[in-house]
Ligand binder design. Structure first.
Ligand code: ZN
Ligand code: ZN
Length: 358
């Protein structure tokens, strides 16, 4: 992870963007460019300078994590340091991240900078680089997935009549931490029976009953990198329809995995999975996009869905997660992360996708 190289890539784009300097306010982007892991940090990149901004709480941490970057820690807003540096470096046009800067912050920054500096909204300046993971990033994602796979195996013998979704969610968290995770990539989704018809069900007091499907969407976090996996299993024998739907969703996921390679678009991969589900008569039950990139954020570029025309570059890591949801009955989603390669893709995890009947 060469943070300096990443910062240079941003500096090299200033001219194309038509700006003298670029202000990074998105925290994941700041981390990507510096390695800073705190909760308040901004980065100003000019043609011949870099300035990292944080507050007093993180002064020591920044000294340790960013020893080679000019730093400024202030308990006032970061705007003061930005105004000073823009003045001393003759910045006339300052690029800002459109997705991360609120209208209120844009107004305040514009007022602080005055008439001499024009703010220029830009998109994807850092995200363009983040789409392609380097070897070290892919290794961290694999480690996060290994902890996720371990938790899935570990949870299988915890299911019994009467256990609640919430209890299973807490057990999953413990299992991931025991398997080496630093934390959770997101709060686990645990849905029993009819609750599995909600794609993002929040685990509650519903207890396990004979014949329930069990939908688990889980992921561990390792050094800032996320994992994301969904499995749908059953407690006892599920209905014939849910068995059939599980089979269809599995086939749909495999159809998508079979077409993934560098250069294919998110629309094309989505269509490969969606056509299987539609032809089986369940198209109306597949109510979300096929997947998303994974990295420093759980949901990031590139995207896979019916309107996502972006290409998947070699080295990106994306999820393939078709689902079918039947209100009042249940639902099935199967999700895996894959590494996109020139000639295909490689599934990151090892957990079985068979319909396990406990
Ligand atoms: Zn997921
Ligand atoms: Zn996902």
């Amino acid at each position: 992870m060469d943070h300096q190289l990443r910062r240079r890539a941003v500096a090299a784009r200033l001219e194309d963007l038509g700006v003298d300097a670029f202000l990074v306010t998105d925290l994941a982007n700041t981390r990507y460019l510096t390695g800073f892991t705190g909760s308040n940090g901004q980065l100003l990149i000019g043609g011949s300078f870099e300035l990292f901004l944080t507050d007093g709480r993180y002064e020591e941490q920044a000294r340790r994590e960013l020893p080679d970057v000019d730093r400024s820690a202030s308990d006032r807003s970061y705007r003061g340091a930005v105004v000073e540096r823009c003045a001393s470096s003759s910045v006339a046009r300052l690029g800002v991240e459109a997705h991360s800067m609120t209208l209120a912050e844009h107004t305040r920054l514009g007022e602080a900078l005055g008439d001499d500096v024009e703010l220029v909204a830009a998109e994807d300046v850092v995200e363009d680089g983040r789409r392609v993971k380097d070897d070290e990033e892919r290794e961290l994602i694999r480690r996060a997935q290994a902890a996720t796979d371990a938790a899935f195996v570990g949870i299988l013998d915890r299911f019994a009549l009467g256990v609640s979704e919430g209890w299973i969610a807490r057990e999953l968290e413990r299992l991931m931490l025991d398997a080496g995770a630093d934390g959770l990539a997101f709060d686990p989704i645990v849905a029993f029976g009819e609750n599995a018809a909600e794609p993002h069900h929040e685990p509650g007091h519903r207890v396990l009953e004979e014949g329930d499907v069990i939908k688990l969407d889980i992921g561990a976090l390792v050094e800032g990198y996320h994992a994301d996996m969904t499995r749908t299993i059953a407690f006892g024998q599920p209905t014939a329809e849910l068995q059939k739907v599980h089979d269809i969703v599995r086939q749909a996921q495999q159809a998508a995995i079979d077409v993934v390679r560098a250069g294919i678009t998110g629309v094309e991969v989505d269509a490969a999975a969606r056509s299987v589900i539609t032809e089986a008569g369940y198209g109306g039950g597949f109510v979300h996009g096929l997947g998303h990139g994974v990295g420093l954020e759980i949901h990031e570029q590139p995207w896979l869905g019916t309107t996502r025309t972006n290409e998947l570059p070699a080295g990106s890591v994306v999820t393939i997660e078709p689902g079918v949801y039947l209100p009042g009955i249940g639902g099935v989603r199967i999700e895996d992360m894959v590494e996109v390669r020139d000639d295909g893709c490689a599934v990151v995890g090892v957990s079985t996708r068979e319909l396990i009947e406990l």
